[in-house]
Design a protein around this ligand. Sequence first.
Ligand code: ZN
Length: 435
Amino acid sequence: MSNYLPLGKFSFGMGDRFGHQGQAQLRACLRATELGADVVPVWNKSNREHTFIGTEPSSLRAEADAATRALGWKKSYHVDADHIRLETVDRFIAPSDFFTIDVADTIGKPAAAADVQAFVDRHPELAGKISIPKIKQPLAVSRAEVERVANKFLLAVQDAGRIYRHIAQTKGETSFITEVSMDETDSPQTPPELLMILAAIADEKIPIQTIAPKFTGRFNKGVDYVGDLKQFEKEFNEDLAVIAFAIQKYGLPSSLKLSVHSGSDKFSLYQPMRRALKKFGAGVHLKTAGTTWLEELIGLAEAGGDGLEIAQEIYADAIQHVDEFCAPYATVIDIDKDQLPAAGAVNGWSSKQFTDALRHDQKNPAYNRSFRQLLHVSFKVAAKMGDRYLNALKKHEAVVAKNVTENLLERHMKPLLLGTRRPAKKAPRREAVPA
Ligand SMILES: [Zn+2]
């Protein structure tokens, strides 16, 4: 008997800020499953998103339950309290069964000196040469290095332990999945650091099933990866090797896997990730969030008429507040303001012009990554519109849903989980998505 709720091998985190796309998202999972990828849907929404939109965590549970009921989904699915902390977790505990414990804030703050010393003493195996299967060079770590890493991460892991126990006491330890996230911090964690962090997590007795490190390179919101692909692939492979090793060495759950907080749409990483996962027989959790909100905008623009008008209005508001909206996301967006069209110009755009600029099709010369990133962080404008926005989603549900499903299935699930390339632009669709 395990002391945790087991998570399937391939799980897919989906965000739905306005709560209307649950079925459209689940259709992508259904289709992927029919095609042979056994994908576990996980709906994720952070405290931050709930606060911006004005929703309660229970609404995400209601949405997930309703979508799975409506489409007859019989397999497992989960509701992820994304990036929670001790001070924000309480309202998530009842409706969620997946908790992403965010300890980024305590990384770098030293734990009590005696605790650091005890960790170093308890883990002599972490110092010296560590041979890890499938990593060519043994890791070489000095005792001083173990101490440095403990000083940087031990408090964060202790913090995760406190939050985990708080949830477990309230909810019961067998009824949820635990993730620890460290992605929203300044520097990436190296594979040796990951090993030491996992040793500390095992000491805290957290039955961790997914860990979200910060990877090398930039994970800008809604656009492709920017960084050294070779280096990413090397570290991703080493992370998988470290995880397999830590499961054995420290008795962590056998389902432990990486969680990639993608910021959505890291298309160029899917092939290297897929190669590595195959090599290790490993699973993965991929988190996307804002990509669905952008598909709502694309669907509205594609619908034309009042749908296109709303999309244009949102952009006009966004460009007026560009500095304000971008400030909180400075480390995860790279907008070239010269590439942002004037609101007046966009107001004259056709449906095709709007969707060509926004849709993440890097082969389309009209695709505009600055335009896309700005709209990615501008969902507050739609939240402010309230019912007008939500009613437009309802009115244009068919075209919006088609875009939401197709995006997740064709651009994300197929390349990562099935290894099929995205169809070329305007190529006839090979499989129709069931309506
Ligand atoms: Zn994250």
